[in-house]
Design a protein around this ligand. Sequence first.
Ligand code: ZN
Length: 451
Amino acid sequence: MNGCATPSRSPEPTATAAGAGDSQVRAMLADVSPQRAKAVVESLVSFGTRHTLSDTESDTRGIGAARRWILAEFEKISMLSGRSGAEAMKVYFDEHTYGPDRRRVPVETQIVNVVAELPGSMPAARDRRYYVIGHYDSRASEALDAQSDAPGANDDASGVAVVMELARVMSQRRYDSTIVFMATAGEEQGLLGARLHATKAREAGSDIRAVLSNDIVGDPKGPSGNVYDRQIRVFSEALPRTLEATQLAQIRRLGMENDSPSRQLARYVAETARQFGLTVQPMLVNRTDRFLRGGDHTSFNEAGFPAVRFTIVEENYDRQHQDVREERGVRYGDLPEFVDAEYLAGVTRVNGAALACLANAPSAPANARIVTANLGNDTLLRWDAAPEPDVAGYEVVWRLTTEHEWTQSRDAGTATEMNLSLNKDNYFFGVLAYDHEGYRSPVTFCTDAPQ
Ligand SMILES: [Zn+2]
């Protein structure tokens, strides 16, 4: 046994605790308002239905009125942000003509995502994009019923409330990288808005580093009567669908099936929530999604981007995809009275903390590797320097191969290699970069290379 192990790194990060970034993020999180988030839910419900095939002409009912309202709110937020020129928020409809398909869109339909982009302030980081999304479309019992009321309060006005409240509080501040706030359409008709957006982004070579998808995040009370108001599930995929055969072979050889970029993102979300001592904490689920259900994060995963899904712990199926009615004393329907404002604000802060840290931190180091030129009982790690000018150093993290989260760490300073008296066979290793304000990047998992 060697003497190199450092104490467990939770709950405070070791290398750069209490940097200036810490208080900046706390101030932003303190601005999140439960009342305003809940008011977004109520406003969206007031459009009666937001079914993707519903009325687009009316100003008071249907998906057209709903998206024009979201756009107008984003424009107000943009105006109040006081940002101008290259730093001004970009607010727009991301429109796609789609269908008919043989599934849930029988006629040609405009699928319209509503987007607000907050451009990054650092030229070297501006092209990196971090998304927070929720879907604003809703549905009733029948998937093609565009007429009946479909309040969609939890599913997913709650997710759009997270997006809009973060747009409001985050637009008041500066971030190195670009943050994208997006309300998607067509989720209930087959994850369409997110898929059309993600496919276009991939074709354009867009550098999307993380997507936080919020879908059903407002009601902490399960049908069992249990209240889970201190937890939010975070789902992440294990193996990206876009992998080539050689990449799969590497994953098999190195045992890195639990270390996809999406899973590093999930760990990052959990660690940030701990660091800021948030009231709602992530419950990580090592699955792409729940049984018999899907979500917009999958569309981004399929396009090759890291993405995770936030969802309440115990779902109430009487209140999802149900016509509003009462039968034998049971109330059905996704109504705003079942959205808990404080809990919704708590989930908003989990997203906000992760987004602010991701967007201000340097890039995760590229080419992180265990040097395996020779047999040996120690571990030599190397990585490439991160490109941002404000990088202050790097931190090596490791864990036993049976552990889920990174448990040990050591500061490397500005070096881009480290030798540890640890047997490389017995641990997983990773590297992260941090800046002068204490913002830390996600972890890059160390693969292997001869040098
Ligand atoms: Zn949903």
